[in-house]
Design a protein around this ligand. Structure first.
Ligand code: HEC
Length: 102
């Protein structure tokens, strides 16, 4: 019985580790950005004017966006609450953004 519980614990721990960076990024964007921006591959932004994230590569260099997320993206963004991501969060958010570009 004990052995079975240990096996279950190991399986659950490795499932958490195996979560894709991009999925973690999506979760962060859901928490902080989805009230205004469309964050998926389809759908309109809840807030008029807020660009859907899948179109960001039209105006942004996604190779640079990680640094911009860390220093704060306020330029051209008057309505938006100021936000800054830590290095790890910025990396997974950038990975997610790359994965959804159309
Ligand atoms: C309260 C609503 C709101 C929230 C929350 C919000 N945004 Fe925005 N965002 C906007 C609006 C509105 C615009 C368009 C601003 C404009 O073009 O003047 C915008 C534009 C942008 C742009 C494009 C800026 C440009 O110069 O083209 C990026 C990138 C962006 N948002 C990222 C984010 C990220 C990342 C988050 C979450 C951390 C977020 N936004 C959360 C409202 C919001």
């Amino acid at each position: 019985m004990k052995a079975v519980l240990i096996v279950i614990g190991v399986v659950m721990a490795s499932a958490a580790l195996a979560q894709e960076p991009a999925e973690l990024g999506r979760t962060l964007l859901e928490d902080h950005c989805a009230s205004c921006h469309a964050i998926g591959k389809t759908g309109d932004s809840p807030r008029e004017n807020a660009p859907p994230f899948r179109t960001l590569s039209r105006s942004f260099d996604l190779d640079k966006i990680q640094g911009q997320l860390q220093s704060g993206l306020t330029a051209g963004h008057p309505d938006m609450p100021e936000f800054k991501f830590g290095e790890d969060d910025a990396r997974v958010v950038a990975a997610y953004l790359r994965s959804i570009q159309e």
